[in-house]
Each structure stands twice: as C-alpha cells, then as structure tokens.
Design a protein around this ligand. Structure first.
Ligand code: AMP
Length: 429
C-alpha cells in the first residue's frame, strides 16, 4: 500500500516523500480515506503508531481543497492536545506534511508569553493546535474565534482526563460549530471518555491499532532487582556501556528527576531534566539538546514525557516502576519507534514488586531478570516506619559488607572486569 492509493494529493505526497515515509502505517491506511470521505473518526491508538499523520494529512488536504474559496484566513481546524511538548510536535508535523500547501499552522500553549501567539492569531491561522488551558484563556480574552472550525481533532483524550482538563475540553467543544467533522483519539477508553465519544461523535469509523499490550514486542526488556539507595550507582554503572547512545530515564517525581540529574552530573554524565516545574523554554531546550545528541540522558516524569517523539532513542530506563501498568507501556513505547528495535531497562526495588507483577500481567510476558549486576537487592521486607532505623542499619551493614566483598573480588577478578566480558554482557544492557 502506498500513500498514492489513499487518494492523497500531490503536494502532500511530495512532503511525505521528503519525510522519508514510504508506506502508510496501519492507522494511516485505515484513517486517511475515511476522514477524506468526511467521516468522524474514533482512533484507539497511542503515539508511535503514526497517528499524527493519520489526522494531519486528511485535515491539510480537506482545508487545502476548500482554501481557494475563502478570501481571509479563519481557524478551520482545531487540534486539542494535553501537553505543550505534544502541541509543538504536532505543529512541526503539520508544517512538514503541509509544507507545499501554503496553509498557516500555529501552536498555542501555556508557560510562555501570550503576545507572539496573539500576534500570529491576528495575522490569520488555518490550523490551530492548542492545549486546553491557554486556549480557554485566549477564548475568554476574545483573541480566538472558533466559529469557522470545520474539523476538530481531540488528541490523547484519556490523558486529558488524567490531567484534569476534561472540563475545559467540554467547554471548548461547546464553542465549536456542531456541524463539523470530529476526530477523536484515545489510547484507553475509561467510562468518562466513552461517554464523551457518544456525545460528540456521529457514526464514527472506528480504527484501533496495536492494543497497548502488544506494541512492546519489538523492545528488549530487562529488569534489575535493586535496592532504592543503590539505584543511582546502578544507573551510573549501566551508563558506562557506550551502546547506550541515548537514554530517557523515568522517575516518579519531579524531585527525583532533579536528583538523578544532579547525581549523573557528578559522574560527568551529561543529563538534563524535564518536568512540570521547568519553564517551557527550559523543557524545549533540554529536548533539543537531547535530540541533537548534546546530552546523552534526559530524565523525565511521565506527564512531561508524554508523547515526546525522539527518533532512534536507544534506551528507556525506568528508575522507578510506575504503579499503572499502562504507563510502563507508554514509557517503553518511546523506544522501538516506527519499527526500530530498542531496549527498556527497569529498576525494581522490593516495594515495587507488585507493580512489576501488574506490568507482566498486562504485557502477557515475563521481563528478563538481570541476575548478574553489582548491586543485587538485599532488602526483602516492606518498610513500615517502625522498622526504619533497623532497616537503615541493615542497609549500612550490607553496604559495608558489599564494599568489602567487592574489594576482595577485585583482587582476584574485578566485578566490572567480569561484567565487561561478552559472557556477562547482559548485565550491562
Ligand atoms: P506518531 O505516532 O504520530 O507520534 O508518529 C511516530 C513516529 O513515526 C514519528 O517519528 C513519525 O515521524 C513516524 N512516522 C509516522 N508515519 C510514518 C510513516 N508512514 N512512515 C515512516 N515513519 C512514520
């Protein structure tokens, strides 16, 4: 199957060729003809499946086809997406796929000054990509008029719900003409989302690609059982492996993300963090440095990393295991994109073992355990507060003993030396 067979017009075909896309991905193959036919769409797909082009290509083509009839630029298509990074990325995709169409695309999102955005809006925009908060602000200031929107796309609806945007989303939808085409994307379908689907979609074409649990098949996955206080050392140790050309490290909290970056910098590993407390420009800068290889490690929280598109990311490292198994799939989906293989490494401390069980249940396979590594798990009880001093002592005792035993082994055959041998390469994925 080729894009030509999907009735995509020449200026877009040329742009897709420039991008190096040879064949449509399954979601594109299914979605593009239906959207070009004017049908509403319900897409059950996550990032990494090519869903951006699945909605961007037919939107560009439809608006381009109608463009000559319009004298002035009005917002004819609105794309709502939950995060700033996604908004920027979707805008880039529209600009790429639509580079020969002379349409105007604009992303608006919070965390940056409003002025450049309102100035661009005044100059005229055909496709507006927005996060809900900033869009609501600009609607309230009468800087945005949605009266001419004919095509509306809601991206990552389930994430909108998780992030508490659903009320804003509903409000924004009420400002768009009812006579429109709606494209709706969500990786999962919680009750509130399926209710929204029923109210805003009319007889939609349903497109589902690669259910969440099977997208991970091309990714090599490993788990290291390790105590919390040794994760830092283990990470530094793993990063000695030059095969890890780029690693996206996930932490549970913003504080952890900053801490991991600090630790890595002390070991001269170039790293930066992205999370909700960082300004938009700091996040974008970190992402750019990471994409062009100036830093090797990007440390992120789940919300900040959601949907980030990094070509050829070699490794995802779960510094903490997520408590929601679907989050694990989203995280590791950042590697292994567009059919490329990738490696996902997880650090599992004793208290995270139940999370690991849930993940394995969801992905229907067991993750390979790396037995041979310098910081094996020693703590095998949950940590009730009363036990804390005892636990601390135990850790200290084990640490001392471990250092001692390492010294002893290094006299005969150094652990690191052994680990570098091909036979134990697996310990250093
Ligand atoms: P998305 O799911 O839209 O975030 O896309 C994931 C990645 O796949 C992006 O890097 C796209 O540039 C890439 N991609 C999308 N469609 C295609 C295609 N038909 N052929 C090759 N790569 C693609």
């Amino acid at each position: 199957m080729k894009f030509e067979n999907l009735n995509v017009i020449e200026p877009i075909l040329r742009a897709l060729k420039d991008e190096g896309y040879e064949c449509p991905s399954p979601i594109q193959e299914q979605a593009i003809p239906s959207v070009l036919d004017g049908r509403d769409l319900l897409g059950c797909a996550q990032t990494g499946t090519g869903k951006t082009a699945a909605f961007a290509v037919p939107i560009i083509q439809t608006i381009y086809g109608q463009k000559n009839k319009e004298s002035r630029r009005h917002i004819q298509s609105l794309i709502l997406t939950p995060t700033r990074e996604l908004a920027v990325q979707i805008e880039e995709s529209f600009r790429s796929y639509g580079r020969y169409t002379n349409l105007k695309y604009l992303a608006i999102y919070g965390g940056v000054s409003q002025n450049p955005q309102t100035q661009s809006l005044r100059r005229g925009v055909d496709v507006l990509i927005a996060t809900p908060g900033r869009l609501m602000d600009l609607i309230n200031q009468r800087q945005v008029n949605l009266q001419n929107v004919k095509m509306f796309a809601l991206d990552e609806a389930d994430r909108m719900l998780d992030m508490g945007f659903i009320h804003d989303v509903k409000k924004i939808i009420s400002y768009i003409p009812q006579e429109r085409q709606t494209l709706f994307f969500s990786a999962t379908m919680p009750k509130e989302i399926s209710e929204l689907v029923n109210t805003i979609l009319v007889n939609p074409v349903k497109v589902a690609v690669t259910p969440v649990s099977s997208t991970v098949d091309i990714i090599d996955q490993y788990v290291y059982f390790v105590d919390k206080n040794n994760k830092k050392k283990l990470l530094v140790d793993l990063l000695k492996n030059k095969d890890i050309s780029s690693a996206l490290v996930f932490t549970r909290t913003k504080h952890d993300a900053d801490k991991v970056v600090k630790d890595l910098l002390t070991y001269k590993v170039k790293a930066m963090a992205i999370h909700g407390d960082k300004s938009q420009s700091a996040r974008q800068q970190a992402l750019n440095y990471f994409k062009n290889g100036e830093i090797r490690v990007l440390v992120a929280t789940d919300i900040a990393a959601r949907g980030i598109d990094i070509n050829e990311l070699s490794h995802v490292i779960n510094y903490n295991l997520p408590n929601m198994p679907e989050t694990y799939v989203h995280r590791i989906g950042r590697t292994g994109r567009a059919g490329l293989g990738g490696t996902a490494v997880s650090f599992c401390e004793y208290e995270e073992k139940p999370f690991l069980r849930d993940i394995q249940k969801l992905i229907k396979k067991s993750i390979k355990v790396v037995e041979e590594h310098p910081y094996p798990m020693l703590i095998t009880t949950v940590d009730p507060k009363a036990e804390k001093p005892q636990r601390k002592q135990r850790i200290e005792r084990f640490e001392t003993e471990f250092v001692k035993s390492k010294k002893n082994t290094s006299k005969s055959s150094s652990y690191r030396g052994t680990a570098n041998k091909p036979s134990s390469k697996k310990a250093y994925i």
